[in-house]
Design a protein around this ligand. Sequence first.
Ligand code: TYD
Length: 386
Amino acid sequence: MFTLGDQPLANAFLTPEQIDEPEPRYPLVVRECADCGIIQLKHVINAASMFSDYAFVTGISQGMTAHFAELMRENIDWHVPPGGLVVEIGSNDGTALASIASHDVRRLGIDPAVNLSDIARSRGVPAVAQFFTETLAEQVVAIHGQASLIVACNVLGHIDDLDDVLRGVRHLLSPKGAFVIEVPCANWLISRTEYDTIYHEHLSYFAVKPLSALVARHGLKITRVESQEVHGGSIRVTVQHGIGHTHAVVPWFQGDSIPRDWVAFRQRCEDTREHLVGWLTRARDDGRTVFGYGASAKATVRLNYCGVSTDLMPSIVDSTPGKQGRFVPGTRQSIHDPSVIDTLRPSDVLILAWNHNLEIRPKLAQYVASGGRVASLTTTGRLNHA
Ligand code: TYD
């Protein structure tokens, strides 16, 4: 078991009116199943309160847009006949489905966030603003028929009733179709000390073995596994109808059988906390001002776990319009458009959305050229000032 203490909801960015109101906090505790190795949250928060209006918009990141476009193109080539149906569960603002507009396929996005499904539709992507369930899958089949490709990226971890979703997938997936799942891999979460990927929206943290056990309960099997660098290390798993598992998964099972050292993980989390707070404190005492870059959910978790107050970091910049003008849950940093870096000229910028380092660093080139300093979090959770 591992606890991050009582934390606010990581994506519940506060409006100026909410900033003086008391803020709910909920225990953030994970535990590992001794049988299959799945890691799950101990306390589940009502999903509707977290997902009906969602702040993160996939299309903000060019890197993620390109990543999903590649996933879609590749899997359409492999699995979808002309005119076939492609369904995305957790379609967000329709970015992935929009990337295949010129393909001879039918598209359907499913996402409970009303604001994001509206954006998807405005881009010409048919989208249903509902949670994906077995009942919804039956309705989709009745109207559109079965799907040759179902994609669910960074979404399974958000779902409480996984069996209901898998029953829906089994019903919706055509006999030779593919269900492609992408999730951050729990093994890297532990080995790279990515504790900030633990938050109330993420109910489950997967590796290949627990995923295999889950899909097997529904007459499905894993036929392909690939590792991906996104989100701190992810696995892309292809699931199809059938029983047993293919050779592709055997090496992954071996890796997943190594016991996880939670004591060492906790120690590394505490070390990185001391390291970050020490650096921010020295910067403040030297009269420097540090802004964060990327008001991600990970940023909320890290700032709250480390107790980073506004005198250590007053503000964060983020290009998501829905986050600007709001405040970080718990620690209350104000969130601004990235252009304030050039107008307010903080002495240092710390990239908190570390999974987007490669995309964010070039955006700070001018700031660095004019004397600004940029630090980022490394895969060990420590700071890189290069
Ligand atoms: P995300 O990767 O979704 O992380 P999490 O799942 O922890 O919320 O969020 C990244 C955030 O960084 C998002 O709010 C958008 C922001 N961002 C920028 O402001 N500029 C950029 O160039 C990129 C790539 C992201």
